[in-house]
Write a protein of this length. Structure first.
Length: 220
């Protein structure tokens, strides 16, 4: 099994996308139960208001469904539920390692910063300001991230993540939410491949069961 040579930076997509610096934020909120509101005048006050508006059951935790209702794309379509699940899982594990499937306000703050960083990244590569990423723009983005992938693969990726349909039935581009999911998918699969590509030549030999394990772990 092989793939095109990669030169991807060793980054974690729980950090901002390439080219963007994320400042560490310190929060004084309680890590369990319902977090108190931020102090008056804190820039997070507006974010706290959004959090409370979406937390419809007043549990102090946002579920995937609640978070999805707070997120929209530039064309006013709702976020792909799979993208929302991906982000909740990332930040639920990253901040508290409680893996509850929900996020509290502190986790929500980190996730919101992550989304804002990706938004700026998306706008940079959306060269025609259409609000979506087409094949050429996706190829440019992935090359900038360090992935040297063929046009054939770029077409496959676009058709996989085109929410309006596949191949001729689709629009031939991806919205913001699916752009994030596509890039994270490429990154995590590349990281898994690297575990077997010990000499870094872009070729591996892999047993059938090891291949199945690699795929199943990506879907966990």
């Amino acid at each position: 099994m092989s793939y095109n040579q990669y030169n991807s930076p060793q980054q974690n997509y729980q950090q901002p996308p390439p080219g963007y610096q994320q400042q560490q934020q310190q929060h004084g909120y309680v890590n369990e139960g319902q977090a108190p509101p931020p102090p008056g005048g804190n820039p997070s006050q507006q974010l706290w208001g959004w959090f409370k508006a979406v937390d419809t059951d007043n549990s102090g935790q946002l579920t995937v469904d609640e978070l999805q209702r707070a997120l929209i794309n530039g064309d006013w379509s709702p976020f792909n539920i799979e993208t929302v699940r991906l982000m909740v899982a990332m930040f639920d594990k990253e901040l508290l390692t409680d893996q509850t499937g929900t996020i509290n306000f502190q986790e929500f703050s980190g996730l919101w910063k992550y989304i804002e960083d990706w938004k700026r990244c998306f706008q940079q590569f959306d060269a025609d300001a259409s609000g979506s990423i087409d094949r050429n723009e996706m190829g440019n983005a992935l090359r900038t991230f360090g992935y040297n992938l063929s046009d054939k693969f770029i077409n496959l990726l676009i058709n996989k993540f085109d929410k309006y349909g596949h191949w001729a039935a689709g629009k031939g581009d991806v919205t913001f939410d699916n752009f994030v999911q596509a890039c994270v998918t490429v990154k995590t699969l590349t990281d898994s491949f690297r575990q077997y590509d010990t000499d870094g030549d872009g070729w591996i030999q892999i047993k059938y069961e090891d291949f199945l394990e690699l795929v199943v772990r990506q879907r966990a």
